[in-house]
Design a protein. Sequence first.
Length: 381
Amino acid sequence: MTARIIPPGATVGVLGGGQLGRMFAIAARRMGYRVHTLSPDDDTPTGQVADREIRAAYDDLDAVRAFARGVSVVTFEFENVSAAAAEAAAEQAPVRPAGTVLHTTQNRLREKGFLRRAGFPVAPFAAVRSRAELEQAVAAIGTPAVLKTAGWGYDGKGQAKISTPEDAAAAWEALTTDEAILEAFVDFEREVSVVAARGVDGAFAAFGVLANDHTNHILDVTVAPAPVPPEVERAAVEIARGILEGLEVVGVLCVEMFLTRSGSLLINELAPRPHNSGHLTFDACVTSQFEQQLRAICGLPLGSTELLRPAAMANLLGDLWQDGEPDWAAACRHPAVKLHLYGKAAPRPGRKMGHLTALAADPAEARRIVLAARKALSPHP
Ligand code: AMP
């Protein structure tokens, strides 16, 4: 199949206004594209870099249609856009990845159901829609387990650990929705992810395996390459390939996985877009995950995912601001540390404000440097 190319000079549309759209817009503008963004806010991280920022609700279907009419292709950086909005956009321009991918990945039950049916490795799970179903699920899956809202969850929001069957009642009461998933708790060795892309022509390219540390369910530090055996690396990339092909993704998708203590991989969740764990590709790879998203959705050949140097990324959350403005010069003092800030005005605790990437001779050294640079940011250590 020869795909029609959307060439530099064309306008690409991004649904969503956060940092993922911002870094996508930087990559797109560097390659000579124009960028329009639509989100419910003004002066967004994406809007600050885009050519045009449109403020509208995602469920304002007329606004979404008008937005899509003004661009050659629509992508998104916020995956909880409704199926109706994705369809409205698709009446006017190609939406990549398609709304069907969003539909599958924005609900944990649909996502895990797809993965299990297709034979991908996932921990035992069960659908929970009532307290009685939760009790049955706890009996079937055992404890410890994790109860998660099925929809609209991210960064650990809407999750409760059930350590003993007696915890079930309180966990159900604490839930704010009536559709949830109970998953077996995975006693993992480490968390890893694979960010991969698939082109309009079916071409596939993956960045190598990334090792992720979370704090309070939020990604804290990513290191590349992940310290995993080559067979784990190969298996993780093949899982990603199978998923992108199975979902017919055109664009970028991240597969978050647990590496168990026995060396097997279990998929935690999918994100049909560039991912926080792939931010280090901006500075450390031949092609960043954002440029790869652009190439994929525009029908261009995918770029090399080669890692130029071992790297580590540390997130900068709003908590860093609690004693005043961070000492940016201190972090920049290390010549191999790159500072990324997302242009957000209000540094709320837990809010992703930016990140640091360090490049070094080996991943452990990169990690040491990035953590030291982040520590140096605090004005009163
Ligand atoms: P999620 O929002 O599902 O990505 O969960 C956020 C984090 O919670 C994950 O990155 C893990 O650190 C932890 N977590 C989620 N589900 C499980 C599980 N089934 N077993 C162990 N840890 C989990």
